[in-house]
Write a protein that binds this ligand. Structure first.
Ligand code: PFF
Length: 457
């Protein structure tokens, strides 16, 4: 196909109404439970400092270049990730087998969304807990009890999981522009404002110095092989890269938008929000004698403690959990979009039917996570509960492999002219830095962490 032919290729699913809409949507995808729930708890489990450092390095040399690669591939292909990788694979190297990378991504998406929806359900449940003043006069013991009684109740968590997933499918069914854009526009700025208020509280009332030391003083002896893999995996998870979500969004991006600048902005915002969340959580944890390695319940226990002590706490708590729910919602939407787009293009389903089918499969898978924290919490194998295994498989293995394949495709398989025409037709310094990183640094870093994870180096 000629260069102009490629430029004119258009998406079946519409386009973003503006450049800002795309930036908001990708930010909405990136910012979610990963920043506010997952980052603090895995940083806490892995001893803080050294883990945070590896995570930050992975964000810069792995996450950022892969995000640029995904957007450029998505915009060039303008289809769902499977068809895009098949199409570009044929164009660039004569083989359509690259479609398998897209297929792997769809699989990762189902797995991630299955547990994501359950944890988002916890956030919804906490909106109600906060609004009904459950946390007034709370103590370390009582917040733990509130969390445990929620997580261990499969009917309650199953119900919220169902409602959250249905709400996600609803937005997806309405389509790219009307659904996704609207959901992100207002919520993101509001979330940032509220986090800054909480940061102020934590700095004044929490043990801020100890929190900062915990997060930024590298103690390498505390970083295990698994911890390194988790840091790498989290860099993928938090930026939504490695499974085609950003690629699917890139497909709806008008040509002419600077992919590089936009990616830097999204990555910077996402990282800042994660660090702020951790800087809110740990000072509260240390001031109240909570355990930094409390696991998935960390945020759900530390924040309510803070709310219980501040004036107007119930209102602030309710607002925060509402915003967390919305942040999770905009991420879940991006997790559902690639598989939905595939069902529409390949199976000829309507958007509504495709979204329902994808949600149905995810719902069933999600029950495993619901039960992991309740009825089946005693059932452990390999890495722990079903949830621990799904989380490890998707984030520490599938996303890094998917991301590695994507960056190798963009760096080695695609012609220089093709990537340059998407990223920067003049092939300036920024483009050359990207290409060098994508060809050498990123693949080496991913392979090194994976090899270290399995004990080979
Ligand atoms: N980035 C989201 C978060 O940090 O909560 C999670 C996520 C969304 C991961 C979309 C992967 C994805 F494709």
């Amino acid at each position: 196909m000629s260069e102009t032919g490629i430029a004119r290729r258009s998406s079946l699913h519409g386009q973003w109404s503006s450049r800002l809409a795309f930036v908001l949507a990708v930010t909405g995808s990136a910012v979610g439970l990963g920043n506010i729930w997952r980052f603090p708890y895995i940083a806490g489990e892995n001893g803080g400092g050294a883990f945070v450092l590896v995570y930050l390095v992975c964000i810069v040399i792995v996450g950022l270049p892969i995000m640029m690669s995904e957007v450029l591939i998505g915009r060039r292909g303008r289809r769902n990730p499977v068809s895009t990788m098949t199409l570009l694979g044929k164009e660039e190297s004569g083989t359509g087998s690259w479609g398998l990378v897209g297929a792997l991504g769809l699989g990762s998406g189902f797995l991630i969304l299955s547990f994501y929806s359950v944890i988002a359900g916890w956030a919804v449940a906490y909106v109600i807990e906060s609004a009904s003043n459950t946390f007034e006069g709370a103590t370390a013991a009582s917040v733990e009890q509130v969390f445990n009684s929620l997580a261990s109740n499969p009917l309650r968590t199953g119900l919220w999981h169902t409602i959250f997933l249905a709400a996600t499918a609803f937005v997806i069914a309405r389509g790219v522009e009307r659904g996704i854009e609207r959901a992100v526009r207002v919520m993101m700025p509001a979330l940032v404002v509220l986090l800054l208020v909480l940061l102020g509280y934590s700095a004044v009332e929490g043990n801020f110095a100890q929190g900062v030391r915990f997060l930024f003083e590298p103690r390498f002896e505390e970083l295990t092989r698994d911890g390194m893999m988790e840091a790498l995996g989290h860099a993928f998870f938090t930026l939504s890269v490695g499974m085609g979500a950003v690629m699917a969004y890139g497909a709806y991006l008008p040509s002419g938008t600077s992919i590089m600048k936009m990616s830097v902005a999204v990555v910077a915002a996402d990282t800042a929000i994660a660090l702020v969340a951790a800087l809110i959580v740990f000072p509260i944890v240390f001031a109240n004698g909570l355990a930094p390695d409390a696991g998935p319940g960390l945020v759900f226990q530390s924040l309510p403690l803070a709310f219980s002590q501040m004036p107007g706490g119930a209102i602030i708590a309710t607002t925060l959990f509402v915003l967390l729910t919305f942040a999770a919602w905009t991420s879940a939407i991006s997790l559902m979009e690639p598989a939905t787009a595939w069902c529409i293009e390949k199976l000829g389903l309507t958007r509504a039917l495709a979204a329902t089918a994808v949600a149905g499969i995810t719902w069933i898978l999600g029950l495993l996570t619901v039960l992991s924290f309740s009825t089946l919490s005693g059932v452990t194998f390999l890495r722990g509960t079903f949830f621990d295994n799904i989380d490890f498989l998707s984030n520490s293995i599938l996303l890094p492999f998917g991301g590695l394949a994507i960056v190798i495709f963009a760096g080695w398989i695609m012609a220089r002219a093709s990537t340059a025409s998407e990223l920067d037709p003049d092939a300036g310094t920024a483009y050359r830095v990207w290409r060098f990183t994508a060809r050498y640094l990123t693949p080496l870093a991913v392979v090194a962490v994976l090899l270290r994870g399995v004990g080979l180096i």
